[in-house]
Design a protein around this ligand. Structure first.
Ligand SMILES: [Fe+2]
Length: 402
């Protein structure tokens, strides 16, 4: 079976790419872009710099800066209203995953009408939206190059995955200089999200030769560059490497899909408002331990590529070394467990059956090398609860030493 690859038509990568936004929009024949950003970037002035650049290039534009951390259907409907009322013909998203995902959903509803929930995966999106130039300010969600958006239904609190090639932005400006001011926690969390994208796309049942190459390159770079970016925020070389690798990881998972970590991560984010990268980090070591036995060769490739195992290490040993390294990395990056994050124990455990159901319904766990049952997902959520939890791969299921 062939793999359908979707990536933006234009990628501008490197320091200073942000300054080319106006020229790029003109080149795309956009007349009246709507800038979609968050209140922080509006206040801090970056959105206004973008607006000026676009106006200087001879276009009219406006800023929609009401995006929220987990894009809701309410905010998206407000954005669609602004898009139509302002007579806009294109979108420019500026920010992390939330503004980019918001812009994708605004474009989708502007072209197709209806509500975000009408397009929840696995439903398809009939019409392509307006042209969309994505400018990420984190490294990152990879949303600037993916065919996905995640929208929280304001009525049910469900974090819905919406997927379709038409959601892939027309162009992306990938400028690492925009990430130099990211604080350490955000750097660590968004970077671990990228690492998760790279590993999950490489072990995904939908992996293909195109996504493999990007995933391996991305994980090799991210493993080395991320701790440097966290320790030395102003290290331009590390930031530049991290930014490109995050985009490559985005292209990998957009064309291979994510798997169990993301499937389980979205419900934690939706119910307990844990940032996306952080909930991935909370789950990544335990879910990897659960999965390695089903694709030991692939996980061993990851370990060798990341420099965690050497070429001569036997496959199973290399895969186990990966699991251990992921636990160590979480300690190094001070990733809290759900308990340490401050989630109430009773609420967490009460939500586990529902979270397991929602994880399975998203479809992502079905891409995992080891496809879990609802009970196995529940056991993994339990095992991830506290700091002492360690999940070991076993033939018969999940064993926690908690
Ligand atoms: Fe992600």
């Amino acid at each position: 079976m062939s793999a359908e690859i979707r990536i933006p038509s234009i990628l501008k990568i490197g320091g200073g790419a942000f300054g080319e936004a106006g020229a790029l929009l003109a080149q795309l024949n956009c007349k009246r872009p709507l800038i979609v950003t968050d209140p922080f970037l509006k206040k801090q002035g970056l959105a206004d710099r973008l607006l000026k650049q676009i106006e200087d290039a001879g276009m009219g534009a406006a800023i929609f800066h009401d995006t929220v951390a987990d894009p809701t259907s309410t905010v998206i409907e407000a954005g669609v209203h602004v898009f139509h009322e302002g007579g806009h013909d294109s979108l420019v998203s500026l920010g992390g995953g939330s503004p980019m995902d918001t812009a994708k959903a605004i474009g989708m509803l502007a072209a197709n009408g209806g509500k975000a929930r009408d397009y929840k995966a696995p439903r398809t999106i009939p019409l392509a939206g307006p042209q969309h130039v994505a400018i990420p300010t984190t490294a990152g969600t990879g949303s600037e190059v993916t065919r996905f958006t995640v929208v929280t239904d304001a009525e049910t609190d469900e974090k819905m995955l919406i997927a379709g090639g038409v959601l892939t932005p027309t162009a992306a400006l990938v400028d690492y200089e925009l990430t130099l001011s990211m604080p350490a926690r955000l750097t660590a969390d968004t970077g671990t999200d990228s690492l998760t994208h790279a590993i999950e796309s490489y072990v995904s049942r939908k992996a293909n030769a195109f996504s493999d190459a990007l995933a391996l390159t991305a994980m090799r770079v991210i493993w080395r560059a991320l701790p440097t970016c966290v320790r030395e925020p102003g290290n331009r070389q590390a930031r530049e490497a991290m930014m490109l690798a995050a985009t490559q990881a985005g292209m990998a998972f957009s064309n291979a899909s994510v798997a169990l970590v993301h499937g389980m991560s979205r419900p934690i984010g939706a119910h307990f408002h844990v940032p996306h990268g952080l909930s991935n980090a909370m789950l990544l070591p335990a879910v990897t331990a659960f999965s390695v036995g089903a694709a030991a060769e692939r996980y061993a490739d990851c370990a060798r590529t990341m420099g965690i195992a050497v070429a001569d290490d036997p496959t199973n040993k290399a895969a186990d070394l990966l699991v251990e390294a992921l636990y160590r990395r979480n300690a190094e990056l001070e990733v809290p467990t759900p308990k340490q994050y401050g989630i109430a124990e009773e609420q967490y455990f009460a939500k586990i059956p529902l979270m397991a159901q929602q994880a399975l319904a998203s479809g992502s766990p079905q891409n995992n090398p080891r496809v879990p049952t609802a009970q196995e997902i529940e056991a993994l959520y339990s095992a991830c609860w506290s700091a002492s939890a360690r999940v070991r791969p076993t033939a018969g299921g999940v064993r926690s030493t908690r």
